[in-house]
Design a protein around this ligand. Structure first.
Ligand code: DGJ
Length: 782
């Protein structure tokens, strides 16, 4: 709801309110953001009253010498009029003056949501948008501030548009998407940082006077610092307390900054990274910022995450696959890398089919003469040595076996050893001034150029039309360097943003041309895991790291801002090539099940034990797929702080839930903790049943062979026994049990292995880096 009363703007969602007003000086003054409070005619009791008038404070105007912009909590701050915190807008007038002063001009409640030009954005028919225009007289520019209210997910989306109304151009050095100035309060900032194979690990910093920022300068949103971040009050936990979440619908260089001023105002800003950004705004032209997303929850970090999850599902992801259950796939990358031919692929497809997978994805290496990563990016024609019947021939065979077919591409790149580069060396992002640096032996194509974007739209249209391709993995495997466009008239301060706009134009067109394809974005795993990409592609490969222990952290970190329905998670071979850590096939599945399940290992080489386990895993996932992919996700514990991780997914009706219980290191001679569910109906009765997993006899090492004469630990007989014995983990079911009991008392899992005296069927062998899934189901009412 949006309500405007004289000079006060009151925005509310189901559980939050956001209020600001026009100050006496004509600036927009923030009054409140937090738990919902009712509208009332006078909110002046929320206004700032700090005044000094002495010392070295700069008064905004001689009309009131005690009033300084430094003391106001501002909606959008400028530079040069007395507010010394970081500004949200920095412009350079034609005469090189850097001062600006935007003051209230008008407002309008828009009938339709505003969509920033050329950028992906949130959407929603019922969302109301408030437009407030502020104006700078000297610059002759309007700044439109847009606020769209998404009531049911407690999200407000903001963006700005700067319009040059004068006769000459001026420069933009910085234009943030949003600013929130919060009143004095202690906060901890949560950011999600990492690197390749270690994406989105949660980091917490207690904020005190000073500035803290996260950003990207590599050309994509990056694995260094995800654009999502949060602020929580000190006592806020996963389940209780006040916190804010922020994100940006943008895939290029971003920046988020939190400044705690010496006067105790906490200023939050996010937007395009001002680093190396300088935009020339011609007379009559305008510049749109990406949308900034903000939410508040008084129900702890889970409340905040669930707001964001609902927002992503309902107002970011769109099209055919928005709410559609995603297929279980087998991808050949970690099975074959570049070394495959049709015969090998068809063997994989047969096995994929036999374990119950629904789609086969052919990864890198199918085009040009690509037998390694040193060539052929850009040459998007089939390597007929590997695939004599082409992609179409292969796809038909895959379809004939009753499976969907998907394909990998990396369109934004060009290998120096490629026909494309030989024909168009000027299309690569390089400069003659330096020997251009390569990343994974490749250059980036200059997407700031229209001709390159047009070419890519055509090239990819050809690729996607080659066969009945139902899924595309769109990869991007290097950061940008040697930033320079060889296009005449190009201005390098605009390069990064124009690259992102070029990418969006390509994606927009291709998604329109191929509305049925399920697109998965990827950038060496999760190097471009952001809301901008999710506007085109409903899912992203979360990380190249599929080591189960690492994945617990990666998926948990990701879950703070993003729902399981966008997180692609695969079971790979053991030991994991990323961590060189072995883990059992069941644990790898349990972790991957809390995302979009796939298998990325040589399924033709599976032993009997693993194959039988995988078949059962896929059947279990299919039976609960909607729950895993679209259920409400709850973090019961914080895996960054604890040895034990509990996650849960609960369906909308609260009749079904799966709880994931994982331990990093199991502790002997210790009482097993009770397992407690959340999010169930208090007054309903449930049954709880553990998923019985395959238990490899090899788990017992020499403990068992030593008891059987003639059987050696690594011997063939032992392997045979292991494969055929069909040993399972403990059985446990509890029924009936009330929702209240499950949530407040919990239940005790079967006795954990604790040295000798165990029973193969009764003891719970939950060893280092292992897990269980417990399914709770509402029982029919008598
Ligand atoms: C990086 C991706 O993250 C991998 O999954 C795989 O597709 C390779 N690229 C292929 O080159």
């Amino acid at each position: 709801m949006i309500h405007v009363n004289q000079d006060v703007f009151y925005l509310s969602t189901q559980n939050t309110s956001y209020i600001f007003r026009v100050s006496q000086t004509g600036h927009l003054e923030s009054l409140y953001y937090g738990r919902k409070i009712p509208f009332q005619n006078d909110f002046s009791f929320l206004g700032n009253n700090l005044r000094t008038g002495y010392g070295n404070t700069v008064a905004y105007s001689q009309a009131d010498t005690s009033m300084s912009l430094e003391h106001l909590r501002l909606e959008y701050s400028t530079f040069g009029k007395g507010d010394y915190k970081e500004p949200s807008i920095q412009v350079e007038h034609p005469d090189s003056c850097y001062v600006s002063d935007f003051k209230y001009r008008s407002y309008e409640i828009l009938k339709e949501k505003y969509y920033p030009a050329g950028l992906p954005s949130s959407y929603g028919d019922k969302a109301e948008t408030l437009l407030v225009t502020v104006h700078d007289k000297a610059l002759n520019a309007d700044l439109n501030l847009y606020y769209t209210v998404f009531e049911t997910c407690d999200v407000i989306v903001r963006s700005c548009k700067l319009i040059n109304k004068g006769d000459s151009s001026f420069k933009i050095h910085n234009l943030m998407s949003a600013q929130v100035d919060l009143p004095p309060q202690d906060y901890t900032m949560l950011t999600f940082d990492g690197a390749w194979i270690r994406e989105r690990h949660k980091n917490e910093k207690t904020l005190s006077c000073g500035t803290y920022s996260i950003s990207s300068n590599i050309g994509t949103s990056s694995n260094r610092h995800n654009p999502f971040f949060a602020l929580k009050e000190p006592e806020c936990t996963e389940h209780n307390g006040n916190c804010y979440g922020f994100n940006l619908i943008y895939s290029g260089n971003h920046m988020a900054r939190v400044e705690v001023s010496p006067h105790n105002i906490t200023r939050i800003q996010n937007g395009i990274n001002p680093f190396e950004f300088e935009w020339n705004l011609e007379a009559g032209q305008s510049f749109d910022t990406p949308e900034s997303v903000m939410t508040f929850s008084s129900n702890g970090l889970n409340g905040m995450s669930q707001n964001m999850h609902k927002f992503v599902q309902d107002h970011i992801v769109r099209g055919e696959w928005q709410y559609k259950e995603r297929p279980i796939l087998v991808n050949n990358w970690e099975a074959t890398y570049f070394f495959f031919n049709e015969k090998k692929i068809l063997k994989l497809v047969d096995e994929a089919k036999s374990i119950g997978a629904e789609m086969f994805v052919l990864d890198d290496g199918w085009f040009g003469k690509r037998n390694n990563d040193k060539c052929s990016l850009g040459d998007w024609y089939v390597n007929t040595k590997k695939l004599p019947h082409g992609i179409d021939g292969l796809c038909k065979k895959v379809n004939a076996k009753g499976m969907m077919f998907g394909l990998w591409v990396e369109p934004e790149m060009v290998s120096p050893d490629s026909d494309l580069y030989r024909a168009h060396p000027d299309w690569a992002v390089t400069t003659d001034k330096y020997v251009p640096s390569q990343g994974r032996n490749q250059f980036v194509l200059d997407l700031t150029r229209d001709d390159v974007c047009d070419y890519l739209i055509d090239a990819m249209t050809n690729v996607f039309s080659m066969a009945n391709i139902e899924y595309i993995k769109w990869d991007m495997n290097r950061h940008l360097s040697d930033i320079y466009s060889r296009q005449s008239g190009a201005h390098m301060g605009e390069f990064f943003h124009r690259y992102t706009l070029g990418l969006y134009r390509i994606l927009d067109e291709l998604v329109k041309r191929f509305p049925k394809i399920l697109f998965e974005s990827c950038s060496s795993g999760g190097n471009r895991f952001d809301l901008g990409m999710f506007c085109y592609m409903p899912q992203t490969w979360a990380s190249d790291d599929t080591d189960s222990l690492e994945r617990v952290k990666i998926q948990a970190g990701t879950s703070y801002g993003y729902p399981p329905s966008v997180i692609a998670a695969h079971v790979s071979g053991s030991p994991s090539y990323a961590a060189m850590r072995a883990s059992d096939i069941e644990n790898r599945f349990n972790v991957a099940a809390f995302g979009l399940l796939g298998y990325e290992l040589d399924v033709t080489q599976l032993g009997k034990f693993d194959k039988s386990a995988i078949k059962k895993q896929i059947a279990y996932y299919k039976a609960h797929r909607k729950l895993f992919q679209f259920g409400k996700f709850i973090r019961l514990t914080d895996c960054f702080k604890s040895n034990v991780t509990y996650w849960q997914v609960v369906n909308k009706e609260q009749t079904e839930s799966v709880l994931f219980h994982h331990i990093n290191r199991h502790q002997v001679s210790e009482q097993t903790p009770y397992v407690k569910f959340a999010g169930l109906k208090e007054d309903s009765m449930y049954s709880v049943i553990v998923r019985q997993q395959g238990l490899s006899l090899k788990t017992f090492g020499e403990i068992i062979p030593s008891k059987i004469p003639g059987v050696e630990e690594d011997g063939a007989l032992y392997t045979k026994v292991t494969d055929t014995i069909g040993l399972k983990t403990e059985k446990q079911s509890i029924s009936p049990v009330s929702g209240e009991a499950l949530m407040y008392a919990g239940f005790l899992p079967k006795l954990q292995f604790n040295g000798g005296g165990f029973s193969l069927t009764e003891t719970r062998f939950m060893l280092d880096n292992s897990s269980r899934l417990y399914l709770a189901k509402e029982e029919a009412k008598q």
